[in-house]
Design a protein around this ligand. Structure first.
Ligand SMILES: [Zn+2]
Length: 441
């Protein structure tokens, strides 16, 4: 399929999701009232709940469920030598060409020939541009440090290897997990929040004895794919892609991507890499601090190998939204629904009084107050109940609880399921337990 045809199909599906994100408050363009800042996005009320739920889902799967994984929250600004040791200063570059007429910049491998794709002007020769964002640290410009906004969170983990080893009573094999922002000055950001200059990573670096790395690599491949299944993403849209020799980083022994089939093609959600002992060796060389591990059982000393699982949080959120989005043709209209897993949906339930009188609002309020002690829930008494259902369908709220006239007589409520639109009636004092079972399943 030609690039053009692909991007026009992309725009149909993507445009619908972007429109929903804006309409319901998941994701907005950054600085929109000033015309927007390209490739930067803000998460609105529903978006931040969804994103926080995804991050918690990851943290629980990695840190809470594994006794040999501990957490870290390292600073975004790091010593400039870190990026010399990691190779980013020298190698983290893209070849760029500039248009001499309109001044637009392109990655040279993204343009054909020597003419500007935007205006037809003459392009410059390709030059290497570093993708790290630079800034100054210090009060006086003269003695200011030049520092970088980290282009990946991984290095914050590597330079804390000894600190954590010495303070947490962990023994190899063990892992360090971190969620945090990273910055890359990509010249061609694209596809909404799929590729952005500021993004959030969820990374885990697992330190293992050399020789056991292949086994652990397989273990983490399986664990990570299962995580996406548990998120509720359709299995047939997920696949592994193994890096061949051309794609493989020079230090990596093996690498697989978890890919999702977007409308614009199969794209990487997460990288699982066998990074060998490359990173700790480099930091040992540049810092002159011994990074080896002493195994007091076997009396061996070695530099651990690292198995890395590196996921993009924003990408995962976009994948969840695109995978969950459906337009259903009903008898008389079209229903837009987000089939989000209850575990990560922004609101677990919405509570409606059928009408705004006869004590129904009071009873619905009481249910809301009870449920909100444990969950994000939403009270809504505005407009026809059918329209309230539809608003929650677009927000991905799995359950709508309605107080009607029967509720006042026998203390029951209806619960309407988002996906099937079927309703059941249960006793009001069973609602909290019923909901708890559904959202933790
Ligand atoms: Zn141009």
């Amino acid at each position: 399929m030609s690039e053009k045809k692909q991007s026009s199909i992309m725009s149909q599906e993507m445009t619908k999701v972007i429109s929903l994100c804006r309409r319901r408050g998941f994701i907005f363009q950054s600085s929109e009232i000033y015309g927007g800042l390209e490739s930067c996005y803000d998460y609105g009320p529903l978006g931040v709940e969804l994103k926080n739920n995804v991050k918690r889902f990851w943290w629980n799967a990695m840190v809470r469920d594994h006794e040999n994984i501990v957490g870290l929250d390292a600073a975004i600004l790091m010593h400039p030598r870190v990026w010399e040791a990691s190779g980013h200063v020298e190698h983290f570059t893209d070849p760029m060409v500039d248009c001499k007429v309109c001044k637009h910049r392109f990655r040279s491998d993204m343009v054909e020939g020597d003419k500007c794709p935007d205006c037809g002007g003459q392009l410059t020769e390709a030059r290497q541009f570093n993708l790290m964002f630079k800034t100054q640290m210090g009060a006086v410009t003269d003695d200011a440090y030049e520092v970088y906004l980290r282009p990946e969170t991984a290095q914050g983990i590597y330079v804390n290897f000894l600190n954590i080893l010495n303070s947490s009573r962990q023994k190899v094999p063990f892992g360090i997990a971190q969620i945090g922002k990273a910055f890359r000055n990509e010249i061609t950001p694209r596809n909404f929040t799929f590729r952005t200059r500021e993004f959030e990573q969820a990374e885990m670096q697992f330190f293992v004895k050399p020789g056991t790395d292949k086994e652990w690599f397989e273990y983490w491949k399986e664990q990570r794919m299962n995580w996406y299944y548990k998120l509720g993403i359709r299995k047939e849209k997920l696949a592994f892609h193994q890096h061949d020799k051309d794609e493989l980083a020079h230090y990596a022994a093996d690498a697989y991507d978890v890919q999702y089939e977007f409308s614009f093609g199969w794209k990487e959600l997460e990288g699982i890499h066998n990074r060998t002992d490359y990173d700790l060796k480099k930091h040992q060389e540049f810092s002159k601090k011994n990074q080896s591990y002493f195994d007091d059982q076997t009396r061996e000393r070695y530099i651990p190998y690292i198995i890395e699982t590196s996921a993009g949080v924003d990408r995962t959120v976009l994948t969840i939204l695109m995978d969950a989005y459906e337009e259903q043709q009903l008898e008389d209209d079209v229903r837009i629904v987000l089939h989000l897993s209850p575990a990560i949906a922004p609101y677990k339930a919405a509570i409606f009084p059928l009408v705004k009188r006869d004590g129904m609002p009071e009873m619905a309020r009481k249910i809301t107050d009870e449920l909100k002690k444990r969950y994000m829930v939403f009270y809504d008494d505005g407009g026809a109940v059918g329209r309230r259902y539809r608003r929650q369908d677009e927000a991905g709220t799995p359950f709508c609880i309605t107080v009607d006239s029967q509720s006042l007589e026998d203390q029951t409520v209806t619960i309407r399921d988002r996906d099937s639109m079927q309703q059941i009636r249960i006793s009001v004092d069973q609602v909290a337990e019923w909901l708890n079972e559904k959202v933790t399943a």
